[in-house]
Design a protein around this ligand. Sequence first.
Ligand code: ATP
Ligand code: MG
Length: 439
Amino acid sequence: MRLSRFFLPVLKETPSEAQIVSHRLMLRAGMIRQEAAGIYAWLPLGFRVLKKIEQIVREEMDRAGAIEMLMPTLQLADLWRESGRYDAYGPEMLRITDRHDRELLYGPTNEEMITEVFRASVRSYKDLPKNLYHIQWKFRDEQRPRFGVMRGREFLMKDAYSFDIDEAAARHSYNQMFVAYLRTFGRMGLKAIPMRAETGPIGGDLSHEFIVLAETGESAVFCDRRVLNLPIPDASVDYGSDLSAIINEWTNLYAATEDVHEVARYERETAPDDRLETRGIEVGQVFYFGDKYSKPMKAMIAGPDGVERPAQMGSYGVGVSRLLGAIIEASHDENGIIWPEAVAPFGVGIVNLKPGDEAVDAACAKAHDALEAAGKEPLLDDTDNRAGGKFATMDLIGLPWQLVIGPKGVADGVVELKRRAGGERQTLPLEDALKVLGA
Ligand code: ATP
Ligand code: MG
């Protein structure tokens, strides 16, 4: 991609409305634009990251055996009357009336709809287990939308729903999602700690929130710092096997959000030096809630004995759009964002120091095309902005690598390669730089 053709409306000034660094950097880097309180347009740079995050979530859901589908954003109020949540949900729900005076709502979550989809066709234990998910926009009319995409009103969520015949099977589904979440966040370069959590308005009896530690997080958290060094299961993990050893390893060390924090237990179970009391960002949550929806909505399953019982359900959310903010909170410096490779909007930024100079243009085009062909997603700054401005923009948008090509270097047969994280620079022939970059 050539910057002259791209759309990257970077801001020179720091926007005054942004209170936390990720929000400031997303606005400055031209990733998002607020269209209404808590409602954002995803500009091309932000959209590329959103898609990368979404794809990692998708791959790990698929690996764990969940099946992707897509449910609509609008839902009938009557569906929510079946579970009793239409009245219970309160002012966070955006309620809409169509031209026929039918009551609709913009989905804040999808337990009711997935239960309706499921009960329409599944009757027997032989069709279980099933785990269905989608990645879809949600709307919650948050009282205090703030911190940019961190607490939006419209936001992108991955929500999965598991259906099982009994509690033991449902716990296995829960464990599968727990492991998939460890892998998902790990692949994004995040340390997301599963913490015991309250079950909140969705209800239920077993739940963990996955929390990225950050001073700017909205929840106070308490944990044993040794949890930060636990190993993340690798891609060969067998989701069909008993995963409880992994779950135990991750849940034996104390980790809880303030809502469920127990001081006495914390002091008993952690050594003073291991205590970590800080704040965190909830990037995902896993719930097992049994028959909370299947019972009132009559999603009944016949067991091997022929007796019908409500399906045992769980739900599993990931804040896909919130993750951009969480990753930036965890990975930035005073000059801008430092994207982990797996979610970077482009892999390499090429800086042309003298557009119009034939030799420099040719070297830049060669680098660009080679990197593009190798799938490294280069962004070539071929604009006639000043060099200082180009460097500042590259640091701001945080691509993992910068390849600087100018007339002096070209005359000497070299380019400069800089790693954004750490800032190390090396001067080397273009061919060698391309090799380092994998092209
Ligand atoms: P919170 O406690 O932050 O309000 P929640 O517990 O109500 O979130 P869930 O119902 O668990 O949210 O939704 C699943 C995930 O969706 C959350 O873990 C979070 O990452 C994300 N999420 C929830 N609300 C928002 C929001 N207003 N803006 C962006 N992401 C959100
Ligand atoms: Mg939650």
